[in-house]
Design a protein around this ligand. Structure first.
Ligand code: TRP
Length: 374
């Protein structure tokens, strides 16, 4: 049943119907007209071409602000609850493309407070330590160092708190409960938390003393926070933040979302070559039981996790992707060969990422908002 799925910032489950989700959340599709407009600024990113970044709120207003020379800022973030995995990198890659195309500032929020509040097993010291490790992954994406500021909630609370307070005063408990499904057993920190995630939307306006538009590229699971933020923004004298949403990055097990809680079907940015090969080797492909049968009947890329990886991140060339589908369906290429090819690509990518990640240790201190020290 289409409605049998759940998408909230803290839980994604079931078979997500992304069309239904757009209706449920009240967002808009990134349609052909918007894609056309976007392509006038730079070659469309594959994630846009393939409908992975597929939904938005007020993207047109951001482009208008840019065209008029008023500018805008980008804002995205990460909840540091463990190692970064490939699914986290997807919106970051896209954010990097946006930063390159529009040459704009980026605020990147690390929510050590959020993960402390929502994961009972984690201490604040641990989430702060993970925030540092995650920041290395952020830096490894190659964002413009001068134009990117990394926010750590517990370190930057002086700047965030006045804004969070203004937001919090306008959001009732009944709204928080309706939007996030809170009940009497949730701790009171988690009820306040949305206000902290809302705050960076307005930082640039505060810094410049004028209203600056803000665009948030993020997984669609984060939309509820910003729906609340958008509702209160005008009452606080700010512009509503705009959003671009991506679909969830699939797990290797064939599910809809890669999740750290299932490490065998998740590729972390720190994984070694052997781990990558063995995780991909065990991935769900939907292939036939025997090679003979598959040569005869062919495979089914639609359900195959390996194919999804190529589609989402690892094969940018549409023609090559089509060829992959053809060879799979015809039974010409079997799962083993396909898995090896993907492992190779993932390992080449991770080798570069891990090198850039290590290099980042020397300069990450210069990218922190207001120069906080780790
Ligand atoms: N809540 C997000 C997470 O758990 C982290 C986050 C903070 C974020 N600010 C954001 C994500 C803005 C996207 C956009 O990962």
């Amino acid at each position: 049943m289409a409605s049998d799925f759940k998408v909230t910032p803290w839980e994604v489950s079931g078979d997500i119907d992304y069309d239904v989700l757009v209706k449920r959340f009240g967002t808009s599709r990134i349609d052909d007209a918007l894609l056309d407009r976007l392509s006038s600024y730079g070659d469309l990113h594959p994630l846009l071409r393939r409908g992975i970044f597929y939904s938005h709120r007020d993207l047109g207003a951001i482009l208008d602000a840019y065209d008029k020379g008023e500018g805008f800022v980008l804002y995205t973030g990460r909840g540091p609850s463990g190692d970064t995995h490939l699914g986290h990198l997807l919106p970051w890659m896209f954010t990097k493309w946006l930063q390159d195309v529009f040459d704009v500032k980026l605020y990147f929020q690390l929510t050590d407070d959020e993960k402390f509040l929502f994961k009972h097993e984690l201490s604040l010291e641990e989430t702060r330590e993970m925030a540092y490790e995650n920041a290395l992954d952020v830096a490894a994406m190659g964002f413009d160092r001068d134009k990117t500021r990394i926010i750590l909630d517990t370190a930057n609370i002086e700047q965030l708190y006045p804004l969070a307070l203004k937001v919090a005063k306008k959001v009732t408990f009944s709204t928080a409960r309706a939007v996030f499904g809170f009940n009497n057993s949730n701790n009171i920190g988690s009820i306040f938390y949305t206000a902290v995630q809302a705050a960076p939307c307005f930082l640039e306006s505060e810094e410049q003393g004028r209203n600056v538009a803000c665009l948030i590229p993020c997984g669609i699971d984060q939309d509820p926070h910003f729906r609340v933020t958008r509702d209160v923004a005008p009452g606080l004298g700010y512009l509503k933040p705009a959003l671009m949403h991506n679909k969830m990055f699939p797990g290797l097990g064939g599910g809809d979302k890669m999740s750290s809680s299932d490490p065998d079907s998740t590729i972390f940015t720190t994984d070694g070559k052997k781990a990558v090969r063995s995780k991909i080797g065990r991935a769900f492909t939907g292939g036939c039981v025997s090679a003979e049968e598959q040569r005869e009947k062919g495979g089914n890329p639609e359900v195959c996790a390996i194919f999804k990886y190529q589609f989402f991140l690892f094969e940018e060339d549409d023609d090559k992707l089509d060829e992959m589908v053809r060879r799979c369906r015809s039974g010409e290429m079997l799962c083993g060969e396909c898995k090896m090819a993907l492992s190779e690509k993932v390992n080449v990518f991770l080798e570069g990422h891990q090198r850039r990640r290590e290099e980042a240790r020397s300069y990450i201190g210069e990218m922190t908002y207001k120069g906080f020290e780790w």
